[in-house]
Design a protein around this ligand. Structure first.
Ligand SMILES: Cc1ncc(COP(=O)(O)O)c(C=O)c1O
Length: 486
């Protein structure tokens, strides 16, 4: 069992009992029907509470309610024009963007997702003798592309609150810096930079340095007064704002993103782009999506609701989380996050880990139903994960003291594996002779329990005395002692 202090008086088992009640309410009636319609859930519920027979894909920051129906219809309608090339630069969409953001259409360009746009930025705004600066951890596309092209990338750590550290970035700027790329809200932490701080940061830079601001998740920011960096562009600052239709517009599978920048920067970026990388159906779907701001509002509201639900549950569970302004969040599971991720995946809940944050999961906001399932399974997994006495996460196989010990009729021996492993669990007498083999074969990650009833391989009862039990898991071997008293 984990450190009981973490539970603030609520045991994990009781906690699971509490949330299953709440989850049950949410699954009854229309809510459940509506979710089932979206997700194609079979109408099957385990116990009175949680439907477990569906996959929760909460690892890619996708929109859980899909695209606007108008966008989906546009994709289908225009499919019949697929024999015609699209207009090369997506002029119709550029005009829509220009009117939405009140800028000239020459200040926009579209691409095959923000992914292509970020590559265009890497090509246009980095140079062989120069350097670019990025926060770390953050979205890796731009720095990875720069490195691919042989450029120097300077990584600047986030501050202690997991925020982009603008003063530290400013300190790394030198005469060879050509570009700085920020992700706002930052991925994976979901933190944001203050509008005014960003404005004065950009203003303080040499005007030749381009600040690229990836706003893939900007619409999810809760403060209605928060503004896009497009505002800085309007003020004539050297910024390029990268946006995508993959997130709040729900068109990740269609592959379409765009950038806003000065006409000179946009032209520089386009010079590295193949023509017509965005298909005609995608252009039309994006236009329809842009026109359906009610769908955007619904998406944002769902993300806010599910985040608030999860943060409330984490508070009950005693799990620290990073307050997020995006459609995902990070939670500190207090143990090896990779182990938890694998155990969640075994239950068909897919989340992400990485970025050098060994105890954090990154979780996309899904439907309410998905989040309830995630919380339930997470609580259950954490309740089953053994910890060392000091509460230090287990990184290697472990063998626990048999209970009871001393024992009379039988005793339970528990082992823990941080990864799937071929395992042998043997019992020896004090002369080192093998008495009984309890396990010999592959086992999965997590905890496993074996019972020894005081008999040898021939099922004969052995005599009173001390016995050793030995776990061999891969390269590790651990031996402990127990006492059988007849
Ligand atoms: C911050 C950020 N920028 C860009 C992208 C790529 O988006 P797209 O699907 O438009 O290529 C992602 C995708 O997850 C992202 O998180």
């Amino acid at each position: 069992m984990r450190d009981p202090k973490l539970f603030q008086g609520v045991s994990r088992r009781n906690f699971i009992g509490t949330i299953t009640g709440a989850a049950a309410l949410a699954l009854i009636g229309l809510d459940r029907k509506a979710v089932a319609d979206i997700e194609g859930l079979p109408d099957k519920v385990i116990g009175p509470n949680i439907a477990r027979d569906f996959t929760a894909r909460i690892c890619y920051n996708e929109n859980p309610i899909g695209p606007s129906p108008a966008a989906a219809e546009a994709l289908i309608d225009v499919a019949y024009l697929s024999h015609r090339y699209p207009d090369w630069y997506g002029e119709s969409l550029l005009a829509d963007l220009a009117s939405r953001y009140n800028l000239s259409s020459s200040m926009f360009t579209v691409g095959s997702g923000a992914t292509e746009i970020l590559r265009m930025c890497a090509l246009a705004f980095s140079s062989p003798g120069g350097n670019v600066i990025v926060p770390n951890p953050s979205y890796s596309q731009f720095p990875t592309d720069c490195q691919l092209f042989g450029r120097t990338v300077r990584y600047v750590s986030l501050d202690q609150n997991h925020r982009v550290d603008l003063p530290a970035i400013a300190n790394r700027v030198d005469g060879n810096t050509t570009a700085i790329c920020l992700t706002n809200p930052n991925n994976p932490t979901g933190t944001i930079v203050d509008n005014a701080e960003l404005a004065s940061f950009v203003q303080s830079l040499d005007p030749d340095i381009v600040t690229i601001i990836d706003e893939a998740y900007l619409e999810y920011i809760s403060d209605p007064g928060y503004t896009s960096a497009i505002e800085l562009l309007r003020q004539g600052r050297n910024v390029v704002v990268v946006k995508t239709f993959s997130k709040v517009y729900g068109l990740a599978g269609a592959r379409i993103g765009f950038a806003a920048g000065s006409s000179a920067n946009i032209n520089a970026m386009r010079s590295y782009q193949y023509i017509a990388t965005v298909s005609r159906p995608c252009l039309e779907a994006a236009r329809a999506a842009l026109g359906d701001q009610a769908h955007v509002a619904q998406t944002v509201q769902l993300a806010a609701q599910t985040k608030s639900y999860c943060f409330g549950q984490f508070a009950l569970m005693g799990l620290p989380y990073i307050p997020s302004e995006a459609s995902f969040f990070m939670v500190d599971v207090g143990t090896n996050a990779d182990t938890v991720r694998i155990l969640l995946a075994e239950r068909e809940i897919y989340v992400r880990t990485g970025w050098g944050m060994s105890q954090h999961l990154r979780v996309s906001t899904g439907t309410q139903h998905e989040m309830e399932r995630f919380i339930y399974e997470l609580g259950d997994i954490l309740a089953r994960l053994p910890q060392t006495l000091e509460g230090v996460p287990l990184k290697s196989a472990d063998l626990f003291q048999a209970t009871p010990n001393p024992f009379n009729s039988s005793t339970a021996i528990r082992i823990y594996l941080p990864a799937p492993e071929t395992v042998r669990l043997d019992i020896y007498d004090v002369q080192g002779r093998l008495v009984r083999r309890l396990c010999d074969g592959p086992l999965g990650i997590g905890e496993h329990a074996f019972e020894w009833n005081g008999t040898n391989q021939a099922s004969e009862t052995v005599s009173t005395g001390a016995y050793f039990y030995r776990l061999t898991a891969g390269q590790n071997a651990i031996t402990r002692k127990m006492l059988l008293i007849k």
